[in-house]
Design a binder for this molecule. Structure first.
Ligand SMILES: [Zn+2]
Length: 329
């Protein structure tokens, strides 16, 4: 799950070097890879062209499933989508799985660590119920373990364990072309919320191990789960380490960040919310309750006021009369 761009993120210390323009970065990718960059509710969809066939990594959020099917139909240009691979189990990456399987008859491959939760459709383990998010149940056909090598777009991709944001998540690395598909383990500005740390599991140490693992890989271009592909990989890793350091120093900072991300995701889906429902959301969403109990310890009405004030200042929402209204997409 991403942090919307309107929420300020730490700036790199050295901003002298401008990142390559998006077109230039996409030019670094082989023509068999098409990145469908999405808004903030849905993860990117990464399409691999394989002659008359194609494969895809990640399927977006369920509320956008029809749009995802339409975008893919266009991008496929008559090819058959035969395989869908997920980086991890979060709603914005698996939400379109069922719709894509229905529309294209593709097989679905999931990280081995989430396979039991998918098979039993355990909405708690998939972080759906606790976060108040949704996905349509689907059946997986294959499991991928760390170290497995997949062929996508005629290229070999090694699955790399990237625990932290999700302790069962996988990234995919092509050493020959020096490309990393990072999911939510590394973005240009940070990484996905370290949820395990907020529910009493170890999240900081796995995140650090993951960043160290990624730093050792030969990578020239990263295709992240959210945002455009980027080539300033060393700078992104530096920012990610700095962000992790800051969270480790101050657990409340991680809690505030997580609540802003969860609340923004909900508001972007619903578009508007009566102000009176804000406390109900915070009290009724078990992950929000756990975050407050573990890191913030604030009365829920104070938390609601802070969220509205902070996100309004960041340009994510606007308080209009008795409602808060999403401004982003
Ligand atoms: Zn995620």
């Amino acid at each position: 799950m991403p942090i919307p761009p309107a929420i300020p993120t730490p700036r790199p210390r050295c901003s002298r070097e401008r990142p390559p323009r998006r077109a230039a970065v996409n030019a670094l990718l082989p023509p068999v890879i098409r990145v469908l960059e999405r808004g903030w509710l849905s993860s990117n969809n990464i399409l691999f062209l394989e002659g008359e066939q194609a494969s895809l990594v990640d399927s977006g959020y369920v509320a956008h499933a029809d749009l995802t099917v339409a975008l893919l139909r266009q991008a496929l240009e008559g090819r058959r989508l035969t395989r869908l691979v997920n980086t991890h189990s979060h709603s914005d990456h698996i939400g379109g799985n069922a719709a894509l399987a229905r529309a294209f008859g593709c097989r679905i491959a999931v990280p081995a660590g989430i396979a039991p939760a998918v098979a039993n459709w355990d909405e708690h383990a998939l972080l759906l119920t606790p976060s108040g998010q949704h996905a349509e149940a689907f059946v997986h056909d294959e499991e991928i373990a760390a170290g497995d090598v997949l062929e996508l777009g005629g290229l070999a991709w090694r699955a790399v364990a990237v625990p932290g944001h999700d302790n069962h998540a996988l990234a995919f690395h092509n050493a020959a072309r020096r490309i990393l598909i990072s999911g939510d383990a590394l973005w240009r500005d940070g990484f996905g919320v370290i949820f395990p740390e907020l529910v009493g599991e170890d999240g900081f140490a796995p995140t650090r191990r993951t960043l160290e693992t990624l730093a050792r890989l030969p990578v020239d271009v990263v295709i992240p789960g959210h945002g455009a592909p980027f080539a300033d990989v060393a700078e992104a890793l530096q920012r990610a380490f700095q962000r992790l350091d800051a969270f480790e120093r101050d657990g409340a900072r991680l809690g505030r960040h997580a609540l802003k991300v969860l609340f923004t995701f909900m508001l972007l889906e619903r578009r508007r919310l009566p102000r009176a429902d804000l406390c109900r959301y915070l009290e009724g969403t078990s992950l929000c309750r756990a975050i407050n109990a573990r890191t913030l310890h604030r009365p829920v009405d104070a938390l609601a006021d802070w969220l509205v004030h902070d996100l309004e200042r960041a340009g994510v929402l606007e308080a209009r009369g008795d409602e808060v209204v999403a401004l982003g997409v």
